[in-house]
Write a protein that binds this ligand. Structure first.
Ligand code: GLN
Length: 393
């Protein structure tokens, strides 16, 4: 009998109907792999080519040596949550309770997934402004929700709040915003947030506010955190990322801030998704955050990179769009080629040695305005060389 089992063919894999039929490998993985294959400068996936502060690295190791090697508390280390609350007070003048309103996550993307999984039921609608980060829609679809897109348009990508309002129905569970905005580099202003307060007033709609680029904001503009607006605070789950702030996207650590009632539900999903996030890294951030200069200097640090890159790129024929925040700069190539933006990005990588991201992938209908995204979180030598290569296009 056992013999028989040994020799029979394995049972066929059951037929599965994909929950995400339109999803393949993410564009970030695809373009970074293509860049590597062709030895191209990789300005596609958003990450710095420089390291976090040596002191921060040292602190991680020190905490490992001191025994921070087992599970951290499920919601995050108490000291780190306290430092986060202090920072929110200092940056935005908001009172955040570190015990009931802050949860440390395994990066922004995990926070996004947990927010959606915790609150969106099958058939409920989630309104999102497109283009948007590529994890939002698949997260909604995984839990059976329905994505309701509102398109934003080049070159300003300003929000038409009347169009947003028109999409809010009794089925709307959540609205997603992102400022500073990936991939466009646009920001929401106080006036935008006030318009949003009016639209959501009297509704039961939750607000997912992706603020991972909070410190990457230029020309003296202030970040319009949703937490600052009284009409939004009670319905907001705001997402932040240590990776963007401290140049360590690979450490995969961030946090979610929300009122106690919402945090309670968020944590129910979080605890069964990752349980808790990286312990020595949390301990190191808790120490390192004492020095506010580290993040207060970021707008100037990145504005200089933006200006350097835009100046270097002026030798190319690509047309820059406005960049008010994030470490992404968009370029329009519609006057140079009719190619689909994905094909154009692949050709730039293979023939010219610079990898970028096509903006169409951030629209559910793959709307192609012939615009590409380049990441300028790179050293000046790399940015200059990328511009030299692109000057031949
Ligand atoms: N947020 C980063 C970007 O937009 C990439 C994140 C990822 O690769 N998953 O480039």
């Amino acid at each position: 009998m056992s013999q028989h089992h040994h020799h029979s063919a394995p049972a066929a894999t059951p037929v599965v109907e994909s929950k995400l039929p339109k999803v393949g490998t993410t564009i970030f993985t695809t373009m970074s792999a293509l860049a590597q294959e062709h030895n191209a400068i990789n300005l596609s996936q958003g990450f710095p080519n420089y390291d976090p502060a040596p002191e921060l690295q040292r602190l991680v190791f020190e905490h490992m040596q001191r025994g921070a090697n087992q599970y951290a508390p499920m919601p995050g280390l108490p000291l780190l949550r306290r430092r986060i609350a202090d920072k929110m007070q200092r940056m935005y003048g908001v009172d955040i309770n570190p015990d009931t309103e802050v949860t440390v996550t395994a990066g922004g993307t995990q926070a996004i997934f947990c927010i959606i999984a915790a609150f969106v039921r099958p058939g409920e609608e989630v309104v999102m402004l497109e283009p948007c980060y590529d994890s939002y829609a698949p997260s909604v679809e995984t839990v059976g929700g329905t994505v309701v897109p509102v398109p934003l348009h080049a070159p300003e990508y300003q929000v038409d709040w009347a169009a947003v309002k028109a999409k809010i129905t009794p089925r709307t569970r959540m609205l997603c915003i992102n400022t500073p905005h990936n991939p466009t580099g646009a920001i929401l202003t106080d006036a935008d947030m006030q318009a949003l307060e009016q639209i959501l007033d009297g509704t039961n709609v939750l607000l997912m506010s992706d603020e991972v680029y909070e410190h990457l904001i230029y020309d003296g503009q202030a970040h319009a955190s949703a937490l600052r607006f009284p009409g939004l605070r009670g319905r907001t789950l705001a997402i932040y990322s240590f990776g963007k702030t401290y140049h360590n996207t690979g450490w995969k650590t961030g946090y979610c801030i929300a009122p106690p009632e919402l945090t309670r539900e968020f944590r129910k999903v979080h605890q069964f998704n990752v349980f808790s996030s990286n312990h020595p890294v949390q301990a190191a951030f808790a120490d390192f955050m004492e020095d506010a200069e580290q993040y207060l200097g970021l707008p100037a640090f990145y504005q200089q990179k933006r200006d350097f890159f835009r100046a270097a790129m002026s030798q190319t024929r690509l047309k820059p769009l406005p960049c008010r925040g994030t470490y992404f700069q968009l370029y329009d190539y519609s006057h140079l080629s009719d190619e689909a933006d994905l094909d154009f990005c692949k050709r730039l990588t293979i023939e010219f040695g610079v990898a970028s991201i096509p903006v169409s992938v951030f629209y559910s209908d793959l709307r192609d305005d012939k615009v590409i995204r380049l990441c300028f979180a790179k050293t000046e030598d790399m940015l200059a060389e990328a511009a030299r290569r692109l000057a031949r296009v």
